[in-house]
Design a protein around this ligand. Sequence first.
Ligand code: GLN
Length: 198
Amino acid sequence: MNLPDDAPLVGVLALQGDVHEHEVVLNRVGARVRRVRRAEHLDGLDGIVVPGGESTTIGKMLRRFDLLDDLAARLAGGLPALGTCAGMILLSRELDQDFDQPLLGVLGVRTRRNAFGRQVDSFDTSLDVAGIDGGPVDVSFIRAPVVVEVLDDDVEVLAAVDLGPVVVRQRNLLATSFHPEVTGDDRLHAGWVATLGS
Ligand code: GLN
C-alpha cells in the first residue's frame, strides 16, 4: 500500500503470533509498518505492536533474539506500544502464575493468562471501550488474559468485563486482552495510531 513518507512508522514484533493481521489493519488506518526481529529495527519507530500469539514462546524468543532488554528499555523510555492478548501478558509487570517466563514487565498490572478458559471457550463479542466513539467495538477473545490487579495509580481501565479489566492504558502503553485485529473493526488501531507522532 502506498502511504506518505510522513505517515507514522509502526513496528510489529514479528517473532511469533498474528503479525500479518496487525500489519493489514495498520496499513488500512494509515500507518507504515516494519517487522521487528532485531534491536536495530526499533530505531526510528513511532510505536510498536506486541501481537497476540503464545506469550511464553514470544518471551523466550525475545530473549533468544537479544531483544528483551532493548525493547523493555525503549518502552520504559516512552515508545508507544499496543499489546494485544499475549502482547498484554508480555507487557505486564507481574503474572498470576507459578512459573517464570520472560516479560517486558513495563505495564503496572498483574495479569492472569487464559482467564476465560481454554480454546473452546474463545468468543467474539462487542464491548464499550472508553475513548472509542461510535458504539461498542467488535473484538475476539482467544484464550485471553485478564488483568487481576492494577499495581500503579496511573493505570487507566478503559474497558472491563465481569472477570476484570480487559483494556488498560498507562502513559505510553495500551493493552487489550482481546484481538482487535481480526474482526474488521479498525477503530481501536485507528485511535491508537492517531496518537502517534509522525
Ligand atoms: N493464551 C495465550 C498466552 O497465554 C494468549 C492467547 C492469544 O494471544 N490469543 O500466551
